[in-house]
Design a binder for this molecule. Structure first.
Ligand code: SF4
Length: 81
């Protein structure tokens, strides 16, 4: 069994909610997902969509492009830089 088989979003009626704003419903699903950390790791470099309960801008992407300064600030805030 893969982590995707345990995903709370598996079989969701509206997968687009993970790619189109507002992301409120998608984030609510992620909040109760048992594989959220794994999903977050897998999607860390994905420029679009909700991964691991994070939005693209939280992963350092703006309009599909990596905003390196924002990503650096995020890492510094997390104590990883
Ligand atoms: S954390 Fe990932 S796998 Fe879990 S519901 Fe959210 S998008 Fe789906």
């Amino acid at each position: 069994m893969t982590w995707r088989a345990l995903a709370a979003c598996r079989g969701t009626e509206n997968p687009r909610q993970f790619f189109d704003a507002p992301f409120t419903a998608a984030l609510a699903i992620c909040a109760r997902c048992p594989v959220r950390p794994v999903c977050g790791d897998v999607g860390a470099n994905e420029p679009y969509g909700v991964w691991g309960g994070t939005l693209p801008e939280e992963r350092g992407f703006v309009n599909g492009t990596r905003d390196r300064r924002r990503a650096a600030r995020r890492l510094a805030k997390a104590g990883a830089a």
